[in-house]
Structure formats: structure tokens, C-alpha cells
Write a protein that binds this ligand. Sequence first.
Ligand SMILES: *Cc1c(COP(=O)(O)O)cnc(C)c1O
Length: 387
Amino acid sequence: MKLAKRVEELPPYLFAQISKVIAAKKAQGIDVITFGIGDPDLPTPPNILDRLHRASDDPANHRYPESEGLPELRQAISGWYERRFETSFDPERECLALIGSKEGIAHMALTLIDPGDVALATDPGYPVYEIGTMFAGGVTIKLPLTRESEWKPDLDAIPEDLAAKAKVLWLNYPNNPTAAVADVAFFEKVVAWAKEYDVSICHDNPYCDVAYDGYRPMSIFQVPGARDVAIEFNSWSKIYNMTGWRIGMAVGNGELVDALMRVKSNIDSGIPQAIQEMAIEAVEGPQDVIDEHNAIYQRRRDRIVEAVRKMGLEVDPPKASLYVWAKLPDGITSGDFAARLIDECAVVVTPGRGYGLNGEGYVRLSVTTPDDQVEEGCQRMEDWKGF
Ligand SMILES: *Cc1c(COP(=O)(O)O)cnc(C)c1O
């Protein structure tokens, strides 16, 4: 068979490899505890499920949906942004439903990148930004993130010619995998830089309501002028425990939203309408679940931070996101650490190297593990003699 280069050049999906190791351990009867993938363990809230049950009986929902999403859903998206971030969007021109934000992120590259074009993304970073660009024939130049710069790119360090050439900059705060957060000053700088060099900003914001100690993450659209240059991806997945239902959103610059809609309408036929109704219920129904879930994650975060510190890892307790990003002592790679931890303790963490060269030396632990397993996993790590 003659497969395309873009397929042959694909790196193996990070979690696919980890899933294989877990499956092999489980097949041997070993009780594996995973702090690996960030996928909320708690169920979708009951009011949202009730809405699905009712919506599934409606024959109107048995037919093809519209690619861009139900008008009611796009109004709900606009209303949610208005309540949450005090900025509203035209439901027709500036809001779009996605089959999970990952889908929109991957397809976004097709709207901005021609073969040979340059995209900027961070290292470490969520791998889909780079893969989407690669599928579109473009090249991603990585901006290094470091603990010293609080995991934010130094825009002043981007050479003039690179900035002039770049078509898009991908950002993600609260950040996966580093859990870093960004403030107004950072986003103001991003927007000014984007205008100076005519670069589109794609901000990925799925953790905007997964936060601790009273911290409130922002939207890039809380900065004046962002709408001239930016599109923001957001999602029901992490906030409302809806990863399995596959629904996300994009809002922002009308030209960017329209371009993505045009690409998508030639590829997919939208999201099952009953699921769109769930999404409407999620943002318009009671919001208490958000604080309830965050309180649970915060307790787990505290327990995990305690355990990794006892192991001798350094960690800044995260203000937001589902992740604890822990620094390993010198002399062990993240891959070796993760492999030994699963072998000797049957505990899974994600090697930072999977998110880029600058992720080396770190591991990521997710707080989406049930409480009793968090406790068991933390005890195993604390008791680990091999390290
Ligand atoms: C989880 C995650 C997504 C994907 O969310 P879906 O809406 O479920 O596709 C996107 N970006 C980042 C950074 C994530 O961590």
C-alpha cells in the first residue's frame, strides 16, 4: 500500500502507547492506578442527561443537523460568554459548534495554512496544534516554554522575520500540560504583537472553569482588540464532564469563524442535535456542579502535590487545569521515570517529553482519578523504594 507521507510521518499518539502498557499490566491481573489522561471520572450531571433522554425522543433530532450548530446552541454559547466573561458574540457570525474542540483545532489549520506556511506553537504544548498544521502541509516553529518564564512564550524573543512570516500563533492558558495560567498583561501583549505582525491568534481555553483557590481564568476576549485577530476554542468536556459526548465551540473573529465553518461544512454534518441540547442545558442550567467538581479536584491536587514532594519532585501547585506538573530530579528522563513507576508500582504518569523537548525533566499527573485510587496511588509513590 502507498500511504501518504503525512500518515507515515505521524508520531504515535501519546496516550495510545500508555494505554497499551496499562492493558498489558491489567492482563497480568495487576491493579494499575492511572494519573495519565485528563478525562473527568465523575459522570455527566443528571440534568444534562435528562435533557438528552427527552431530546432523543424528538424526531426532529433524528435527522441531519446543520454543520454550524443549532441557532439555539449558538445563542447559548454567546450567552455563556456574556455571563462568564462579559463579552458577547454574534451567534450567527461569531459562534460555531464543534465535534469536541479537538476537531475544530485540527481543522483550523486548513483555514490558515497553505503548504510551506509557518505556524507558531509552544514547546511543551498540546500536540494537536502541530499535527493539524502538518496535515495542512505547513511547518510549526516551536516557542520554548520554561519554568523561569512561568511557561509563557517570550514574544520579544521571536525574530522579526519569523514573526512576519508566521500566519498563526497557538496558545493555551490554563495550560495543558504545565497548568500555567495567563493574565491580562500577557494577553494584551499577545494581541498587540499579533496586530503588529498580522498573525492570527488561536487560543485554546478548555480549562477556563477548572480552577482552584478562587482563581478565575480569563478569556482572550477580555482584552480589547482581541476580536480583530483571535479565535478561541472552548469545550464542555472538562467543565461539565462531557468528554464522551464530543461537543465543543469556537468563538471570535467573524472571518476566522466563517472560514472554519466553511471547511467543516465540507467535511462533517454537525453534532447530533440531542447532544447539542445537552450542551444548551449545561450552560443554561444550574452551575453548582462547577464548584463541586473543582472542590473535589482541589483535594486530589493537594494530595498529589504532597505525594510527589515526598518523592523529591518539585512542584508549583496548579491554580487551574486538571494537572500537576512535577519536576524530576536531574539525571532521570521523564520516560525512564514513568516506565519505572508503572513497572515497580503500577502507577501511571505522563512523561513530559511527550509534549515536546522542553517537557523533558517533568511528568504530568491528572486529578481525574477517583478519590480512593488517588490515595492508593499516592501511597504507592510515597512508599516507592526504587526512587
Ligand atoms: C482536553 C483538551 C482539548 C480537547 O477537548 P475536546 O473538546 O474534548 O475535544 C483541547 N485542548 C486541550 C489543551 C485539552 O487539554
